[in-house]
Design a protein around this ligand. Structure first.
Ligand code: NAP
Length: 257
């Protein structure tokens, strides 16, 4: 199958590209800019989902699409541009190009935790699930690399202010396997969930990571209001408990290899 991985240069996207290549698929990595981590066996096509630039050409001849991209920032305008406008552009281009099937990477708990980013992701799910091209949604818990992303994103001078999240971190290899399974399967489109082997606490993950890679000191940010309550009640965890795969400490150990 010819698979387009939108956001294929990102954290999740890279794992999806590798998984797809390992299964013998033809892969086109799609993002605005290439980076030096695109495998030689994959092609790159420059697209901008927000403006629609490059999409028609890049999706020509593609059988299946896996959407793993992300908004450029957390401001409402940036979230709407990627998740609403971008999803409308992507689904229209996929339909016009004759793409047979799509899979969207989403997040466990976005329907339970009322936060701006999660509302935008719910909007993206809605656009893709109502598209003319059948789309399955795979909701994942936070990746192991989320701790690394948060240390950088939440840096304020000498500290990183890390939200007090209960989380169940998952390996991107497991997420990628689930996404490619969903694309290959002929099941009717629906929503499935995937998560890691145990519950963790995000500030603690960031401290364990910092002990290895250094960087800013970690300060815990208590979460207030309805979103804080939903997260304390386990809204970002898998409802049916942990699943398998490598844990966060396995990932930390892999960084030291
Ligand atoms: N991080 C987590 O723990 C986690 C957990 C569960 C689900 N998710 C979801 O998984 C998705 C991917 O997250 P990630 O952390 O892997 O993202 P990421 O590392 O930030 O990668 C984002 C990707 O999107 C591309 N991109 C950004 N703007 C684009 C545009 N306008 N047009 C085309 N491509 C664009 C980026 O490349 P360019 O900048 O070169 O365009 C990059 O390839 C997100 O939707 C996120 O909500 C994340």
């Amino acid at each position: 199958m010819h698979i387009a991985v939108v956001g294929g240069t990102g954290v999740a996207g890279r794992a999806v590209v590798n998984e797809s290549l390992n299964r013998g698929h033809e892969v086109t990595v799609q993002a605005r800019r290439p980076n030096d981590r695109i495998p030689a066996a994959a092609r790159f096509a420059s697209v901008d989902v927000v403006t629609g630039a490059g999409l028609t050409q890049a999706l020509s001849g593609v059988d299946g699409l896996i959407e793993c991209g992300n908004a450029a920032g957390q401001r409402q305008g940036q979230l709407d541009a990627y998740f609403r406008t971008g999803s409308a552009n992507l689904t229209a281009a996929a339909r016009d190009a004759g793409v047979a099937r799509m899979v969207l990477l989403s997040i466990v708990g976005i329907d339970k935790v009322p936060m701006k980013y999660y509302r935008a992701k719910l909007g993206q799910e809605e656009v893709l699930r109502n598209a003319d091209v059948p789309c399955s949604v795979v909701r994942a818990t936070q990746f192991h690399q989320f701790a690394l992303q948060m240390l950088a994103r939440m840096k304020l001078g000498p500290v990183s202010v890390i939200p007090a999240l209960r989380t169940q971190p998952v390996a991107t290899t497991i997420v990628a396997r689930t996404l490619v399974d969903a694309l290959e399967a002929q099941d009717p489109p629906g929503i499935s969930m995937i998560g890691g082997p145990q519950e963790e606490y995000l500030p603690d993950l960031c401290r364990r990571l910092r002990a290895i890679i250094g960087g800013p000191r970690v300060i815990r940010l208590p979460l207030l209001g309805a979103a804080g309550r939903a997260i304390r009640e386990g809204g970002l965890l898998l409802p049916d408990g942990p699943t398998g795969g490598p844990g966060f400490d396995d990932w930390l150990a892999s960084l030291q290899d």
